[in-house]
Design a protein around this ligand. Structure first.
Ligand code: B1M
Length: 225
């Protein structure tokens, strides 16, 4: 079992989606996350172990390497694709309750802002680390964040902004969420945002990169797996 889970972690780390994928060149012709996840389930490996001992360690390595500039956006996207391919096999187990995720993270780019590449990377990395991610997309208003947070009690909300002009919207959205749902934890990020800004607008945490969000969530959300 450990061998399969180690192979799976490597597939996520290096972005090996399936056997047909020529990427990465050093793994050409080998099984990918798709085949190995299916095989692990057929061999009776617990879906929870597949997530927490195979997929998540692989994605954690991706997050650390990305932070250290050892890999770049295209590699992270390949890892995310490998991860989501494996997750398709696990989805029925999450839906039936046979396997659990750590918690829910709601993410969106704030109103007026259409940039989503960084936000998507954050969402993928958080999902890859065992959370249920609800991605509200771009140009998201406070009402949408509030409505979704209400439907998912205990969820952490992530706000992304790439424009100096939409930082003000981030401030207003943070205020409105806190007024409507006072206990909600809000984490913010994006190129023009900083720790000082976070404190100024009353958000709970600023993360400069996806791994920072994962590390914050791991300290805030009661760990169930
Ligand atoms: Co825009 N754009 N853009 N743009 N764009 C910038 C941001 C800009 C800096 C370019 C420049 O002038 N040098 C500038 C902003 C200037 C400013 O406000 N000070 C700018 C501008 C002005 C504009 C328009 C106004 C241009 C125009 O129309 N006149 C317009 C605005 C549209 C709108 O949003 N309403 C616009 C449009 C666009 C495109 C649509 C063409 C495209 C977006 C495509 C898309 O996202 N689907 C685009 C792009 C691609 C960029 C640049 C070139 C790249 C942004 C990017 O994706 N970076 C950007 C210049 C640049 O950064 N070099 C620029 C890669 C991404 C991985 O990094 O998003 O920073 P980033 O995310 C990082 C971290 O910030 C962090 O993690 C990620 C990974 O490390 N992070 C979080 C992000 N969100 C997080 C959330 C977290 C935690 C961490 O917690 C919740």
């Amino acid at each position: 079992m450990n061998e399969l889970l180690n192979q799976l972690a490597e597939c996520i780390e290096f972005g090996k989606i399936n056997m047909a994928s020529p990427y990465p060149p050093q793994m050409k012709g080998q099984e990918g996350a798709d085949e190995i996840t299916r095989r692990a389930l057929q061999e009776g490996v617990n879906p929870q172990d597949i997530l927490s001992k195979g997929l998540m360690p692989g994605m954690e390595r991706v997050g650390v390497k990305f932070r250290e500039n050892k890999i770049f956006v295209p590699q992270v996207l390949m890892s995310a694709k490998a991860m989501s391919t494996a997750m398709l096999h696990l989805k029925p187990y999450f839906l039936s309750g046979a396997a659990k995720q750590k918690g829910t993270f709601i993410i969106g780019t704030v109103m007026g802002d259409l940039h989503d590449i960084g936000k998507n990377l954050v969402g993928m990395m958080v999902e890859g680390n065992g959370y249920n991610v609800i991605d509200l997309g771009t140009d998201v208003r406070a009402e949408k964040f509030i409505e979704t947070a209400r439907e998912h009690p205990g969820a952490v909300v992530g706000l992304s902004a790439l424009l100096t002009t939409t930082m003000m919207n981030m401030q207003a959205i943070t205020r409105e969420i806190k007024e409507a749902l006072p206990g909600t934890i809000i984490t913010i990020g994006g190129a023009p945002v900083s720790n000082d800004f976070c404190r100024k607008i009353g958000a709970d945490y600023y993360a400069p990169d996806p791994q920072g969000v994962v590390e914050f969530l791991n300290t805030k959300v009661p760990q169930t797996i």
